[in-house]
Design a binder for this molecule. Sequence first.
Ligand code: ADP
Ligand code: ZN
Length: 763
Amino acid sequence: ELPENPMPWERESAQGLYLAQIVLNRPVDRVFHYLVPESMRSVLRAGYRVRVPFGRGNQFVAAYCVGVGPADENQPSIRLKAVEAILDNRPLFNAKMLKLTRWIADRYLCSWGQVLECVVPAGVKNQAGTRLVTVFELITAVPRAENEVAEVISKLPAKQRAVFDVLKSANKPLTLDELTQAANCGSGPVQSLKKKSLIRSLQKRVSQFSNGDEAAYAGIKKEDDLQLNIDQRRALDQLLSAIRGKEGSTFVLHGVTGSGKTEVYIQAIREVVSYGQQAIVLVPEISLTPQAIQRFRSRFDSVAVLHSHLSDSDRHYHWQNIAAGKVQVIVGARSAVFAPAPHLGLIIIDEEHETSFKQETAPRYHAREVARKRSELEGVPLILGSATPTLNSWLRVIEKKDTLISMPNRVNNLAMPGVNIIDVRNDARIRRNESIGRVLHTGMQHALEAGGQVILFLNLRGYSPALWCKGCGNSVTCPHCEISLTWHRDKNLAVCHSCEFSSQPPKQCPRCGAPGLRFVGAGTQRLEEEVRAKFPGYSCKRMDSDTMRGVGSHAKVLNAFAAGDVDILLGTQMIAKGLDFPNVTLVGVVDADTMLHQPDLFASERTFQLIAQVAGRTGRGMQGGRVFVQTASPAEPAIVKAAEHDFLGFSQLELGHRKEMNAPPYSHFARVILRGPQEERVQDFARQLAQILSDAASEKQLDVQILGPAPAPIIRLKKYFRYHFQLAAANVEAILQLWNEITDKLPREKAIEYIIDVDPVNM
Ligand code: ADP
Ligand code: ZN
């Protein structure tokens, strides 16, 4: 340690030190200081990835440099370790991205290192698609006298001289193959020159990307922008003035399904591309259909699509192209919000209501909030588009924090589809455990006979969602999770949809031993069976995560449906989004109640969104379209308002409820989830943690309420017992401050893990 008052010369030596601030991919949010060796001083700066010794064993780990500079005089210089290596040719983060990632760490209570680690794709870290090759170059600065060198050169044998001349005229490093070919010799002369210290070998990284872009563009015709209608024109004009004014403001583009939002996005992007800038378009992963991608590729020369099936090498390729400013439009799911575009001009989030924009592992960020921050830092507009905006975004519109742009009509004067709510409580077929009631059946028959196509939506995969025992009235649950097992008939397996545990369905009840379990309720497998039996003359395809495992299987079914080879498409959420098929004249929501009855604060909002979105899949052609919603709660406001296409009415009602309950968006929640192998210990620990937080809140006078702890909705998950509690506050800052107050003082218990999720999307 330095003495309390350093002597002058000690001060001086401390000032002479050059230090790097380093963060690591660990949960603890801390900056470490490392010495920067003389050789790295001119290169290393914030944004580089480095290798440093860390921990007791001084093992080398990859880490991120977030700052460099001379040590300040109070910095104790003793026992500092040095940066071992710089890992990339250029920094991976610029100043704005460093700011953005630091903000995420603060806002979502995780470490800066975790955020940075999450932002850089694996393919970039392991430099996928590149390899090291040995190249040769002339040694120009020789530690010898000029004339001595000249003499050595003049005495070179012919072949060595040839090699030397090739390198001299090439004026760049060459590989052994290139050299021997140009000089017409073997490798011997090259080695001799090396021994004479006239040339040297070095390692160079070269890329061998399988230029994925050309293939992606094959067969895509360039198309002109469409002539906008009045609503679209007005929307675009508003956006253009923000783009030209370099405003970091947010627009909520509320446009009904089929109002032509995508065309507005495209023409707004056209503007920023004309300045040589880039645009980021975030869409839910399942909306990244070939149809959607083609729409962008037919309008722009350089579109990078970032989807989850990309190879490491492709991901690295896109990252480099984007960072080099060569890409005009980046279309991708959640993580594309971090695309390293150097001249960003615009960010768009389509279907902003989708919960998949929230990441469910650390860092638990919401891409919409990250985009909001990025747009502010970069001074570029953000567009949040949806037919059913989140109440979160809607409240910001009401409070005039964000600007509303409305497109209340479908293009080409198409009508919104008529929606029939069908009360199935007295339907004999539904009582007999069938899924398609009388009215829906007749509707399907008419639609199909008239040559139309049908989409059926059901939110449950598998054959039947429960194995029910008449004897004790219980259903069979997963041995690890306490969730009802779903029967998958095709493989005759009872499957847990949470942990994928599966077994043969038991012959008798595991609880009471009674024989003859019944399969109750229907999932998509059973629905498919029923459809095939009831509509034998028509072809039917099922789309859910069981049938869509393979890469490209999604596209295959959608292409067949678009070509008219499939009459009835049935499936889960996968078919609810973004599909645009003009020949779909009937959409059936098989069971609207499955979403409604979830014990979730947002269940009503989700139900409204899903019905409105599913309904949006029909009536896109001249034949019009109808929607049938089967429910046992026909008066439920979420269903009624969705049937009336009345977003305003629904939002008013639901915001009223939320305000009364002081729930989001009028407040913020953070959810703490604890898990461990022994229930009692988890419960005790949860109580202890909640008490510490509540004590700290009153001590620091922070207006944060602690709700709970209670068993989590799924108390057992994958062999762990789970408890949770919530922190609630009007301002999220109070929650963040409280957590930071206590985070160093928390007791530890080995067997118990806990996480905190700020602004969770499922509660
Ligand atoms: P949304 O995303 O709002 O649901 P889309 O952007 O998918 O709507 O547009 C629906 C359909 O209308 C698409 O087939 C699109 O090509 C077409 N369309 C959009 N704008 C126009 C326009 N100005 N003129 C003619 N057709 C349009
Ligand atoms: Zn399970």
